[in-house]
Structure formats: C-alpha cells, structure tokens
Design a protein around this ligand. Sequence first.
Ligand SMILES: C[S@@+](CC[C@H](N)C(=O)[O-])C[C@H]1O[C@@H](n2cnc3c(N)ncnc32)[C@H](O)[C@@H]1O
Length: 304
Amino acid sequence: MIPLDNYEKFKARAAEQNAADILNPFEKEQWDQLKGRNPKGVSVRCKKETPKGFLCMEILENLRSVIEHPVGFNLKHWVVFNWYLKTKWLDAFRAVNLKAPAAVAECATGSGDKIPQVLAKYFCHAQSKYVSVNLNKQLTADFKRATHMLPLDISVAEDAAQNIGGLFAKDSLDAVVFEHAFNDIAEDLVAKRYGIDTVNLSWWDIMQKLIDSTNDAYRSGAYEPIIKEDFLRIIKSSLSVLKPGAFVISYQFHYQADIDMGIDPNIWSDITKTVRRWLAEEKIGREIFFDGFEPNWWLFIQKA
Ligand SMILES: C[S@@+](CC[C@H](N)C(=O)[O-])C[C@H]1O[C@@H](n2cnc3c(N)ncnc32)[C@H](O)[C@@H]1O
C-alpha cells in the first residue's frame, strides 16, 4: 500500500508538547493515558525518544500502522487514528488557506464527526457553518447525536451529493469536502443499480451486499460506466457553489474492515486516480498539488 504519509514527520509532530490539543477531552484523556506521563512530563511506560521529546512506544506503533497499512490493521488505539486524521484535515484546511468564518459542506458524511470537530475548534466564528450532505437516514441520526454539542452552526441536507448545486447559492461555500467518501458514493451508486435500498436500511446491515455488488460491478467492467457521470456531476456542482479560488478536497484511504469483508483493494486504491483522470479529460476545475499530501489519496480541485 502507498503510505498515507511520512511516518517520521508525524512521529515528530506527535511528540510536540501541544500535539493532543486537537483532540476532544475524551480523546485527550486516552492519549494522555497512553503517553503515560508522570508529573515531570517524561514517559514512564517506554521512554521512546523522538526528536522533540518522549512518546509511548504504543502511540508510535499505532501511528505507523495508520500511516503504512489500511486503517484498522493492528490498530489497538483508535485515538491515534483520530489524532492523525484531525491533524491532517487541519493541515489540508491550512494548505487551502481556509479562514474563519468558513462555510463548509461535507458530502457522504455518514456519522463521521471529525471534520465538524476540527472546524468547531479552529474555525470558530459566529458566521462559520458546516452542512453535511448525506443520504442514509440512520447515519444522519447518529451524526446529529454526535455533533449537537459542538459550538458550530451544523445542519444536515438529507439529499444526494449529486444535488449539491441546488442546495447552496452559487459562489457561497469556502470548501466542499469528501472524507473517505468517494468509496461510499461509488458503493451507493452501484448498490442502486443492484436494487439495494441505501437510504432507509442500516448502512452496516447492507455493508456486505455493498461490497459484493461493488466487486461484481468492478470485475464485470460495469463499475466505471455506473459511477462516472454522477461523479462528474458531483464535482462540477460542488465547484459551482464554491467561491472563486476555493477547493473541493477529497481524502481517500483503506479501512481494514472493508478488506476483511472482501472488497478488492484495487478499487479504493485507484478511485482518486480515476476521478482525477475524468476531471482532466473533461477539463473540470484545476488540480493543485500540495507538499505533504500524497496524490494517490488526496485530491485538491480549485475553482477558477
Ligand atoms: C459509511 S458512511 C460514510 C462515512 C464517512 N465518509 C467516513 O468514512 O467517515 C456512508 C455514507 O455515505 C452516504 N452517501 C453515499 N453516497 C452518497 C451520495 N451520493 N450523496 C450523499 N450521501 C451519500 C450514505 O448515505 C452513508 O450515510
């Protein structure tokens, strides 16, 4: 697998004094426990020296696992993944020069609350707002429960990302983001062709069917024709509601759970490249490459 990142760089960042500030209080407690700090600030559990201080070996092992393997592979402490993911999204927002007040839409969010958490903490402003564009009813309910306490104007549009152009005023958003979501959108599109209800049923209950039908479509050659037009529409419509110069950002990676359930890993390894190729062919948006963001997993498309 192409690593998500430079492990040595993130190892150093994880050892910085304020590294865990990005975590919520519950996660921070877990992180601090792992770090095993004594009152003098020295790790008592393993004393692994990094360029900037001491970190517990367990944090480092889990960080390496997140960066160099599918997420979930040998991962004992999910807080390390949460730390990495939030840190990386904050880096991405800083790379595109996002500033508060920020208006951000996230597509195919499911119950994922990492991006709203980052926005609430680092882009906090009375006029900042976040909208999840999401179809599955149960995951929308879970998302609302997970985010209702955050100090940010958060709402959900229970609609398809394909319709984002009709959900927001033209030139009104500062970013449209996709967090491990191209795969979900592709699965949803394939599932609809296979007659699977992805809106009203529990996403987790139909997961195996989603994986089986996606593999089937991929191997039979039906996959690209099923998903291409909708993906182009999603990105084109997203660009139409962005302010000039603003970005569509996608971060894709593998979860070990999907691989364990049988997904062909090539499908999600290739999806960013595939979408990039379609966008280039159709001359949609302008791709920008930022240092530190692996192009196999990240896509930054700027509106002219
Ligand atoms: C497993 S959850 C996604 C979680 C999130 N992307 C993550 O990995 O953290 C899958 C969600 O994607 C949503 N979804 C799939 N295709 C979509 C589309 N075209 N528009 C909006 N939501 C979509 C589903 O409704 C479901 O709620």
